[in-house]
Ligand binder design. Structure first.
Ligand code: FAD
Ligand code: UDP
Length: 400
């Protein structure tokens, strides 16, 4: 791998078999697979000054390993994804646990057996738990919107409690809307758990943190002689889509183009901007060993921020006397403002707008969209890797 800051004057698209836009999971996995399986020479173009996309981590001034763009916990049920990424890293056995601060009391989230007893008292909590077990079965996940549909006064009481104390205010902060107003799949990511497992991802057989961090994982992933990385380059300065033709440096380009950025930006937002939420992340370093009981505490009834992450508790870094925490404040994303589009706002209208942009590129045989931005999806890391593996399978099979 070579890494160059900026694009040299001698850059010639024709000397590359593929141009990959974006050095996050989507771009890096495709770059590696095309280099390895097809012997393709790849130019990987990234507008930030680092690789790893939103998974980028770095050591801060106090020596703490922090996640620059929000806390990232690896978890997957997908064996192929796990096998692929495990070529480039070992994993710690970190199991993510989250507590909600509910009016000053810490309760496990997903809301579970222990949370019920904390919320309703030992005896009543236990009785309500047995009722949930009878209604849904043990070790079952029940989305809050489904629990709210039950016609039983006691289950309704549980649903109302969880809705009000876990979901309503947090969702208002995160999305500016109530849980009823957003796609149910979003709150469905954190279903009530009828059981004792207090992990955030109870069903993921593979979870942990990359032993030397995410950026190191990406350094290894991109460590291939045929991959040339260009940092600090906005591809829109050199690439445009005109009709069914991709042009790079003002000439038609016939190699493969893998695009992992926003599709609306590529077309100058001419059909309108795809809506997103962005985050202000407030980092604070404190002169103490530890700040909070678990790596992530969600503030579900108070505060303007949604959650506080304490990185050392997640990465397992042993660094006495100092810790770095981060608060997340969510707000509407303003297009072309330099903000990061962290979360797509998935609604009928925005999906339709995305489809209109997508139709413009779907007929271009050498132009491929993949990843959380380019597919306008709420992907976790493993979902992006799975999608990049699928796309690269397809390109590899056509090249043979
Ligand atoms: P990105 O990582 O966004 O990479 C796209 C890259 O393309 C960026 O580096 C961008 O700079 C570059 N780019 C865009 N446009 C251009 C252009 N015009 N020219 C050049 N380069 C360009 N997933 C989990 O599995 N577990 C978690 O705990 C988790 N936590 C998260 C927390 C937060 C706050 C957020 C926002 C996401 C989280 N995710 C988590 C999701 C995870 O970040 C994504 O699934 C994954 O990083 C997306 O990879 P990607 O390659 O699709 O996109
Ligand atoms: N959510 C909530 N309270 C919580 C945790 C999650 O209301 O304590 C809702 C909220 O709408 C959030 C969604 O569930 O946006 C998904 O949560 P998740 O933790 O998966 O979000 P992410 O880590 O992707 O920000």
């Amino acid at each position: 791998m070579s890494i160059t800051k900026g694009l040299p004057a001698s850059f010639s698209p024709e000397s590359f078999d593929a141009i990959v836009v974006g050095a996050g999971y989507a771009g890096a996995v495709c770059a590696r697979r095309l280099a390895e399986a097809c012997g393709s020479k790849v130019a990987l173009i990234e507008r930030r000054d680092h690789i790893a996309g939103n998974a980028y981590d770095r050591i801060d001034d106090a020596g703490v390993l922090v996640h620059q763009y929000g806390p990232h916990i690896y978890h997957t049920t997908n064996d192929r994804v796990h096998e692929y990424l495990s070529r480039f890293t070992e994993w710690t056995d970190y199991q993510h646990k989250v507590l909600a601060n509910v009016h000053g009391t810490y309760m496990p989230v997903p809301f579970n057996h222990a949370s019920l007893r904390l919320a309703f008292g030992e005896e009543r909590g236990e009785r309500l738990y047995q009722k949930l077990v009878a209604a849904f079965g043990k070790d079952k996940k029940v989305p809050i919107m489904e629990l709210r549909d039950r016609n039983d006064p006691e289950l309704t009481e549980v649903a109302d409690y969880v809705y009000e104390n876990v979901f309503l205010h947090y969702t208002m902060k995160q999305w500016g809307k109530t849980p009823d107003q957003i796609d149910p799949s979003i709150t469905g990511r954190v279903p009530v758990y009828v059981g004792d497992d207090d992990r955030y991802f109870p069903s993921a057989p593979h979870q942990g943190m990359p032993a030397e961090g995410y950026t190191r994982l990406f350094e290894r992933l991109l460590d291939h002689d045929l991959i040339n990385v260009y940092l600090g380059v906005d591809v829109r300065d050199i690439l445009e889509v005109r009709g069914y033709m991709v042009r790079v440096c003002d000439r038609p380009y016939g190699g493969e183009v893998i695009y992992t950025g926003q599709l609306d930006e590529l077309f100058g937002l001419d059909l309108g901007a795809l809506p997103y939420r962005t985050l202000d992340m407030e980092f604070e370093t404190l002169p103490q060993d530890r700040f909070q009981p678990v790596a992530t505490v969600n503030y579900t009834t108070s505060e303007d921020f949604t959650r506080i992450t304490e990185f050392k508790l997640m990465t397992g870094q042993d660094l006495p006397g100092v810790t770095t925490i981060m608060r997340e404040y969510s707000k509407a994303y303003e297009p072309e403002s330099g903000q990061t589009p962290y979360y797509a706002i998935l609604e009928e209208e925005s999906r339709a707008l995305y489809r209109s942009y997508r139709e413009r590129v779907d007929g271009i045989l050498n132009f491929h969209c993949v990843g959380r931005l380019a597919e306008y999806r709420y992907y976790d890391m493993d979902g992006v890797v799975a999608s990049a593996l699928d796309l690269s399978d397809e390109i590899i099979s056509h090249s043979r």
